[in-house]
Design a protein around this ligand. Structure first.
Ligand SMILES: Cc1cc2nc3c(=O)[nH]c(=O)nc-3n(C[C@H](O)[C@H](O)[C@H](O)COP(=O)(O)OP(=O)(O)OC[C@H]3O[C@@H](n4cnc5c(N)ncnc54)[C@H](O)[C@@H]3O)c2cc1C
Ligand code: SF4
Ligand code: SF4
Length: 348
């Protein structure tokens, strides 16, 4: 084995970014994903810009995929599930299994785990009636439908008059076991609402929120311009429940006003739930295989912020949303910092 072979587990935007960064500095990269297609969630989102780019970051994924697939220092292996890992004299020997149950191994001097997150399962938030009533979708469904159909207008009936977004679904106080902020819901809702406004200037758009978080530069100004210029109505408070009224053919949302404490009922044609992120489904299994620690929210634990992505195991690093909620740009930035740390480690 050469002295700088790196195995990257997970081909989402963090794994792709890490692969490119390492391959550019001469490392031989093995990028392994359990799915048949690489790209992760970021590759499934729609462009939120019509006339102008709205800086949602979704187009970074196809760009990175193209570069990875054409890089001579990167070998991609898809459809492989990790089974075990052994230490060797100069690194690790990791064994995988394909769908047919056949085993194969890869040897590497360092490993970057970039296995990502899982979107919150909105069927568990029973009060919102997701998958029980029609007219209620998650923001993830919305991303995929617009991407598939090419526009909001093509994805939904033409007679839509009123739309609501419900923020923080499955995050913060909505789900006590997971009371952290998803760090992306406010950003993607404002951009989605803005896209819908561009396509349907007459539609009424309400956003039910507890607190609007801004993690990116310029977000506050962007959000304020959406409120004033794009007529998006922000309503403070979390709806208690939503359900479909078959005679009215509307989704009804019951909401307690934070202003006067009264319960109000609102009618909508469509409701979108801004779901957050949970640790990836394989996180505990992978932590067991590599003997990695998890943090208090059950994502992979990083040693400290001065040592990006380093774990308690020498030679094993973690990057992107497998360490906690991040947006695409932040996942890429983190993966780049982690890769520089891997390069330092390989030099030593
Ligand atoms: C509804 C929703 C909408 C969003 N919209 C935006 C947006 O508009 N803009 C934005 O910036 N961010 C958005 N985000 C956040 C964005 O999805 C993440 O920042 C990004 O996907 C993180 O990339 P990642 O590579 O860390 O993880 P992932 O995208 O989860 O990729 C992880 C990869 O690892 C693979 N993997 C998992 N387990 C294994 C295993 N055991 N072995 C091998 N491979 C494995 C997966 O198959 C996947 O390919 C949104 C999030 C949600 C929930
Ligand atoms: S960043 Fe988002 S809005 Fe801008 S071009 Fe890319 S996908 Fe479209
Ligand atoms: S980013 Fe916004 S929607 Fe997501 S949990 Fe934080 S405040 Fe709620």
């Amino acid at each position: 084995m050469g002295k700088d072979n790196v195995l990257i587990l997970g081909g989402g935007i963090a794994g792709l970014t890490s692969a490119l960064e390492l391959a550019e500095t001469g490392s031989q990269v093995f990028l392994v994903d359990k799915e048949a297609e690489i790209g992760g969630y970021a590759a499934q989102y729609c462009c939120k810009g019509l006339e102008l780019c709205e800086k949602c970051g979704a187009c970074f994924a196809p760009q990175a995929l193209d570069q990875v697939n054409n890089h001579s220092n990167i070998s991609v292996f898809s459809g492989l599930q990790i089974k075990s890992s052994q230490s060797t004299d100069d690194g690790f020997k990791v064994t995988f299994e394909n769908e047919q149950g056949e085993e194969s191994s890869l040897e590497a001097n360092a490993i970057v785990v970039a296995t990502g997150f899982t979107p919150v399962d909105a069927t568990k938030q029973l009060a919102y009636g997701y998958k029980v009533y029609q007219g209620i979708y998650t923001a993830y469904d919305l991303e995929q439908l617009i991407r598939e159909k090419g526009s909001f207008k093509n994805a939904f009936p033409s007679d839509v008059e009123k739309i609501a977004f419900i923020q923080c679904v499955g995050s913060r106080s909505d789900y006590p076991e997971q009371d952290y902020c998803c760090r992306v819901g406010c950003m993607y809702t404002v951009r989605m609402a803005s896209l819908i406004r561009e396509e349907l200037p007459e539609v009424a758009l309400d956003v039910f929120y507890m607190d609007l978080q801004s993690f990116g530069k310029g977000f506050v100004e962007y959000k304020n311009s959406c409120i004033t210029d794009k007529n998006i109505n922000f309503i403070l408070g979390r709806p208690a429940k939503s359900f479909y009224h078959p005679l009215k053919k509307k989704v009804l949302i019951q909401h307690e006003s934070t202003v006067d404490g009264e319960i109000y009922e609102h009618e909508y044609d469509l409701v979108f739930l801004a779901i957050g992120s949970q640790p990836g489904v394989d996180t505990k299994n992978i932590a067991g295989i590599f003997n990695l620690d998890l943090n208090e929210d059950n994502f992979f634990k990083c040693e400290n912020s001065f040592n990006p992505g380093a774990t308690s195991q020498k030679g094993i690093f973690v990057a992107g949303t497998c360490t906690g909620p991040r947006d695409i740009a932040d996942s890429m930035q983190h993966a780049k910092a982690v890769s520089l740390n891997v390069i330092d480690y390989l030099k030593k």
